[in-house]
Design a protein around this ligand. Structure first.
Ligand code: F3S
Length: 96
C-alpha cells in the first residue's frame, strides 16, 4: 500500500505536503508531485494537508485516477526528491 498524488495537484503544486512527510518520499516534476511507493510508510500525515485533495490512500483512489498509482511509481524513479516547500504554481482544483 502507498499514498498517491493525483490530478488536482497538476498546475497547483502547493507543496505543503512535503513539510509533514517524515521519510522524504515526494518527488517533483514540472507541474505535479509524485510519491515513491517504496519509501512511503503510509503515515497519512500529508493527506489532510493538501488544500486540493490531491493525495489518496491507494485503495481509496477514485476509479478515474487509478492510473496515477503506476505514474507515481514510475515517475518517482526519474524525478528529484522535494523536501522543502516552494511557491505554489496555482490554486489547483479547489475542494468541493
Ligand atoms: Fe500537490 Fe497537494 Fe502536495 S497540490 S504539491 S499534493 S499539497
Amino acid at each position: 500500500m502507498t499514498h498517491v498524488v493525483c490530478e488536482p495537484c497538476v498546475d497547483c503544486k502547493n507543496t505543503i505536503c512535503v513539510t509533514v512527510c517524515p521519510v522524504e518520499c515526494f518527488h517533483e516534476d514540472d507541474n505535479i508531485l509524485y510519491i515513491d511507493p517504496d519509501v512511503c510508510i503510509d503515515c497519512g500525515a500529508c493527506l489532510p494537508e493538501c488544500p486540493v485533495d490531491a493525495i489518496y490512500l491507494e485503495e481509496d483512489l477514485p476509479e478515474k485516477w487509478k492510473h496515477y498509482t503506476a505514474l507515481n511509481k514510475d515517475k518517482s524513479r526519474t524525478t528529484p526528491v522535494i523536501s522543502e516547500q516552494k511557491e505554489p504554481l496555482g490554486p489547483g482544483t479547489p475542494k468541493s
